[in-house]
Write a protein that binds this ligand. Structure first.
Ligand SMILES: Cc1cc2nc3c(=O)[nH]c(=O)nc-3n(C[C@H](O)[C@H](O)[C@H](O)COP(=O)(O)O)c2cc1C
Length: 366
């Protein structure tokens, strides 16, 4: 038996979903990254059907389902994730300097609701380490780099500018993440004046880079409609390429009283779905045809279809993979293709926005 096989057999047996769910959540995450690094990812068995191909902000995706930021914070496994069948992989959040993040434990499962609460606090190895891994890499899917600011930075805006300058030439797109609840003060960048200044600096930096890399802005689901009005006003006419809606929520309404619900941090997974999807639809009503990546609580083929119908052009997920296992990706892609065919459409893009108003006013829910 080759050494690789010797290593693989016990690891594969050990890393079943049940075993991962019995481990401390952060240990399980580390084990999953290690397994992917060793090449243990299940490879996509069949090519994506042509109706799943989309064009997003000038990027050609073979399918519209992405791995959300925070799973591969240090850009260690974008290639294995692409081989598994994600049409896009977003690595990060990366900050200019390495930082430890918050004290452990900082990641919690809410098994009853299939939710997750995290207060990781942008633990990452910094720009240099991620850049070294990504330089010259052929990922095999659209590669996004999600950029952020160091917790102890004296100038958050300057940190984003450094991120743009560093990653513009190795990423297919960049995400400006101003919506993590775990870096004090970060979400204040969503307010009109601060956002105006941030976007001007970021887009100016993009203009200085060799490549015109698409830039997305990732926002929180905890913004109300007047704050969404403000964001729509600020971004219009700026050259921003799209929005990602949304990050985790600080609200606990759907999980009140459940195990771990009182932990500080951002809630994600199934209990985030209705809130994030309503916000997505409300954003869609304010930004016309601007590209939107819909994230938050996708946990089934039906919820993936609903995300498009609410107004998404593409989707990402993370938390549900903790509970649903990696075959969830295949089930979601099959479900999307089936919905496209059942509705007599040519492409998954035809699903976008079919029920935006019902999601925006709260009458549609899952
Ligand atoms: C453990 C964990 C870490 C995360 N880290 C980041 C991050 O570094 N940057 C970011 O933009 N989003 C981060 N997120 C948010 C996800 O990208 C996503 O927006 C959110 O979890 C909602 O999607 P989901 O319900 O499918 O998980 C993180 C989420 C989790 C669960």
């Amino acid at each position: 038996m080759a050494l690789g096989d010797l290593l693989r057999a016990p690891l594969l047996q050990g890393l079943t979903r049940d075993a991962l769910l019995r481990m401390d959540p952060e240990t399980a995450h580390g084990a999953t990254i290690s397994a992917l690094k060793l090449g243990l990812a299940p490879e996509q068995a069949v090519a994506d059907p042509p109706e799943l191909a989309i064009s997003l902000a000038g990027l050609d995706l073979r399918n519209p389902v992405g791995m959300a930021a925070g799973f591969d914070k240090n850009a260690e496994v974008p290639k294995p994730l692409a081989r598994m069948g994600f049409g896009m992989v977003e690595v990060g959040t990366v900050t200019p300097r390495p930082q430890q993040g918050n004290a452990k434990p900082r990641l919690f499962r809410l098994p009853e609701a299939q939710g997750v609460i995290n207060r990781m606090g942008f633990n990452n190895e910094g720009h240099d380490a991620a850049f070294a891994r990504l330089k010259g890499a052929h990922v095999g899917a659209i590669l996004g780099v999600n950029i952020g600011a160091n917790k102890d930075s004296e100038d958050f805006v300057a940190d984003y500018v450094l991120g743009v300058l560093r990653f513009a030439d190795v990423a297919d797109y960049l995400t400006v993440n101003i919506s993590s609840p775990n870096t004090p003060g970060l979400r204040n960048l969503q307010a009109d004046e601060a956002l105006t200044r941030l976007l001007a600096a970021v887009l100016d930096a993009r203009a200085k880079a060799k490549t015109r890399v698409p830039v997305f802005l990732k926002i929180a689901p905890d913004l109300d409609e007047s704050q969404l009005d403000g964001i729509a006003r600020v971004i219009s006419g700026t050259g921003l390429d799209g929005l990602i809606v949304s990050n985790t929520t600080i609200s606990r309404d759907p999980v009140e009283g459940q195990e771990n619900a009182t932990q500080t941090g951002g809630l994600s997974g199934k209990p985030l779905f209705n809130l994030a999807t309503r916000r997505l639809a409300q954003v869609r009503q304010r930004v016309g045809t601007l590209p939107i990546i819909g994230v938050g609580g996708i946990h089934s083929p039906e919820s993936a279809v609903a995300k498009f119908e609410a107004g998404a052009d593409a989707i990402q997920l993370y938390s549900a993979l903790v509970f649903g296992g990696l075959d969830l990706l295949d089930r979601i892609k099959r479900g999307l293709a089936a919905a496209v065919r059942a509705q007599g459409l040519a492409s998954v893009g035809g699903l976008t926005g079919r029920t935006t108003s019902a999601w925006a006013d709260g009458s549609a829910r899952l």
